[in-house]
Design a protein around this ligand. Structure first.
Ligand code: HEM
Length: 527
C-alpha cells in the first residue's frame, strides 16, 4: 500500500507528537524517581493562566516594559505565599525555577558552583555584541578568560584616584549653580553614565572617550588600515545594543526570534571602536595613550597588560569589551540611584555630608586617599543600602550542568531540598531577596543605612554576585562611586528631588536604572 503525501505528513506529525509526549513522560518519571531518591520535596508551581503559560510570559514582558519587572517577580512570589521563596514556573515547554532564598543562592554561586554555570541563552543572547569572553563563556573557556583578566584588578591597579579625580571634575563642571547657589533642575543620570564611560575607557584603553566633555578629546593617532573611530556614539550604541540583548534574554530559549538590523548595526559600530583601540595598541606599542591624562606618569592601562599575554585581536576585543560593558552601565546606574535616594532622604544626606566634611574637610581640592575612602564606613553603608533598595542587578541566573538539588524550597514548608534536572535554569531574584521583610525588617522599603552597622553580610546581599564568577570590578566601582559622593558632599550642602511624586520606576535592561532618571537640583555650599 502506498500512502499519499498528505497522509505521510499527518502520520509524521502524529509520530513526532507521540514521541515528544512519550519522552516527556519518561523524563518526568525519571525526575520524580531521582527527586525521591535524593530526599527532595515538591517545589510550588506558579499556576498557569492558560495551558501554555503564554499569559504569564506576556505579563512578565509587559511588567519589564512598564518599568516594574523586579517588583512583578516579588508580587508573583508573594501570590504563592509570603513564606514561599522558591517556585517553579512553566512557560510553553520550558520549566525554570525562581528563588529568593539566600541558601539557594549560596548553592548556585558558591557551595555547589560545580553543578551550575551560566546558561546557553545568556551566552547566545549576548554573543553578537560581546563575542566569546569572560561574560559569555562557560567551563574551561571561562577559566581561561578569568585567568587572563583577573590579575588586572589588584588593589594597586584600581586605586588610581587621579583617574577618578579628573573625571569627577569633568562631571562636576557640568553642574552650574546660579547666584543664589542653586542649580536649575538637572537630569543627572546621563552625566553619571558619561562619567562611568569616561573612567572605564581610560582605565581599559588609556584613552577616555570624553563623553562628558568632548572638547577635551585628544587627537587620535593614525592606525594603519583603520578609519578614525566614532567616539561620540559609543554611549548610544551601548544603550541600544543592550536593549536588544535584554529582549533576547527575556525570550529565554527563543532568543533567536529577536534579531534586527539595528542590533547588527550597534554591534558593528561598537566592534569598530574597540578594534581601533586594539590595533592602536598592537601597532603602536605600550606608549600610545591619551596625552590629556598622563601627567608624564606611567599609568596602568588594562589593554597593555592583556596584550602581554595574548596578541590575538579578537581575544583582546572580546575581553576588553566585556569589561567595558560591565563597567559603564552598572557604575552609572549605581551613582544615579545614590543621588536619586539622597535627594529624597534629607536626614541621610545631612549625616553623610557631616561625616565626610569631618573626615575629608570642606575643600573640593583636598587630597582623597583610597584608605580614607575605605575607612569612611557610612559611605559604604549608604552605598549598600542603595544597592539593597534598588538592586543594580536585580536578577541573576544559573543553569544546572548536571542533575542536582537546591537545599530549600521543597515540601509543605519549603524546608526540604528540591530536585534540579540537568539543563534547568534557576533565576536568582536578588531584588526580591533584598525586599524580604522577614530578613530586613518591616522598614524593608525604606532607605536606612544604619541597618548595616555591625551587620555580617551573607548571601541575602550579593550585589556583585558571589563565588567563582563574582564581579571583578567591585572595588573599582566602589572606589569611583565613593569618590564622587565625597566630592559632591564637599561642594553641595543640599540636594532636592524635583520629580513629580509617583512610583519608583525600575528600568531593567540587564542593569536596573531609574526609569525617570535623577531629577535633582543642588545647592552649592558657601566657600
Ligand atoms: C555597580 C557596579 C557593578 C555591579 C553592581 C556589578 C555586578 C556584577 C555581578 C552581579 C556580576 C556577576 C554576574 C554573574 O554572576 O554571572 C558581575 C560580574 C562581572 N563584573 Fe561586575 N559589576 C559592577 C561593576 C563592574 C566593573 C566596573 C567592572 C570592570 C571594569 C566589572 C567587571 C565584571 C566582570 C569581568 C564580571 C564577570 C566575572 C566572571 O564571569 O568571571 N563589573 N558584576
Amino acid at each position: 500500500m502506498r500512502l499519499s503525501s498528505p497522509w505521510s505528513f499527518l502520520f509524521g506529525v502524529i509520530a513526532l507528537i507521540s514521541y515528544k509526549v512519550f519522552s516527556s513522560l519518561r523524563e518526568k518519571r525519571r525526575q520524580n524517581a531521582e527527586a525521591t531518591h535524593r530526599g527532595c520535596g515538591p517545589c510550588p508551581i506558579l499556576p498557569k493562566k492558560d495551558p501554555l503559560g503564554i499569559t504569564q510570559f506576556r505579563e512578565s514582558i509587559r511588567a519589564t516594559r512598564a518599568e516594574r519587572g523586579p517588583k512583578y517577580v516579588v508580587e508573583k512570589m508573594d501570590s504563592m505565599g509570603k513564606n514561599v521563596h522558591t517556585i517553579q514556573v512553566r512557560v510553553l515547554d520550558y520549566d525554570l525555577n525562581v528563588t529568593r532564598d539566600p541558601e539557594n543562592a549560596k548553592a548556585c554561586f558558591s557551595s555547589q558552583s560545580n553543578d551550575f554555570d551560566i546558561g546557553v541563552h545568556r551566552t547566545q543572547s549576548w554573543k553578537p555584541l560581546l563575542g566569546v569572553g569572560i561574560f559569555t563563556s562557560q567551563g574551561d573557556a571561562w577559566k581561561h578568560s578569568r585567568a587572563l583578566v583577573r590579575p588586572q584588578f589588584t588593589t594597586q591597579q584600581i586605586s588610581d584616584l587621579d583617574l577618578a579625580e579628573r573625571h569627577t571634575r569633568d562631571l562636576s563642571n557640568k553642574i552650574i549653580a546660579g547666584p543664589d547657589g542653586w542649580t536649575e533642575t538637572m537630569q543627572l543620570q546621563p552625566l553619571f553614565y558619561n562619567f562611568a564611560l569616561d573612567t572605564v575607557t581610560e582605565f581599559l584603553y588609556g584613552y577616555s572617550v570624553h563623553a562628558q566633555n568632548p572638547d577635551a578629546r585628544a587627537a587620535l593617532p593614525t592606525v594603519r588600515g583603520m578609519d578614525e573611530p566614532n567616539l561620540l556614539e559609543l554611549g548610544v550604541n551601548f544603550d541600544k545594543g543592550k536593549r536588544w540583548i535584554e529582549e533576547r534574554g527575556a525570550f529565554y530559549k527563543w532568543y533567536w526570534l529577536i534579531s534586527s538590523k539595528d542590533f547588527d548595526h550597534r554591534c558593528r559600530e561598537i566592534h569598530k571602536l574597540v578594534d581601533w583601540f586594539v590595533q592602536c595598541r598592537l601597532q603602536g606599542g605600550e606608549k600610545v595613550e591619551d596625552p590629556e591624562s598622563t601627567d608624564g606618569r606611567k599609568k596602568f592601562i588594562l589593554l597593555n597588560e592583556l596584550a602581554k599575554d595574548t596578541q590575538n585581536p579578537l581575544e583582546l576585543r572580546n575581553e576588553s569589551l566585556s569589561l567595558l560593558f560591565a563597567g559603564r552601565d552598572t557604575a552609572g546606574a549605581l551613582l544615579g540611584w545614590v543621588f536619586y535616594f539622597l535627594a529624597r532622604n534629607e536626614r541621610v544626606f545631612n549625616k553623610l555630608r557631616t561625616l565626610i566634611l569631618e573626615q575629608f574637610g570642606p575643600s573640593t581640592t583636598s587630597e582623597i586617599t583610597f584608605a580614607q575612602l575605605k575607612a569612611c564606613t557610612y559611605i559604604t553603608h549608604v552605598i549598600n543600602e542603595v544597592f539593597r533598595v534598588a538592586a543594580v542587578i536585580p536578577l541573576n541566573e544559573r543553569v544546572a550542568v548536571r542533575d542536582t538539588t537546591l537545599p530549600r524550597g521543597g515540601g509543605p514548608d519549603g524546608s526540604q531540598p528540591i530536585f534540579i534536572p540537568k539543563g534547568r535554569q534557576v533565576l536568582i531574584a536578588t531584588y526580591a531577596m533584598q525586599h524580604r521583610a522577614d530578613i530586613w525588617g518591616d522598614d524593608v522599603e525604606d532607605l536606612v543605612p544604619e541597618r548595616w552597622e555591625g551587620r555580617k553580610v551573607g548571601f541575602e546581599f550579593i550585589p556583585f554576585g558571589a563565588g567563582p564568577r563574582s564581579c571583578l570590578g567591585q572595588q573599582f566601582s566602589l572606589m569611583e562611586t565613593s569618590y564622587v559622593i565625597v566630592r559632591f558632599c564637599q561642594r553641595f550642602d543640599r540636594i532636592e528631588n524635583m520629580e513629580e511624586p509617583g512610583p519608583i520606576r525600575l528600568c531593567h535592561a540587564i542593569e536596573n536604572r531609574s526609569g525617570s532618571g535623577v531629577q535633582d537640583r543642588l545647592h552649592e555650599a558657601a566657600k
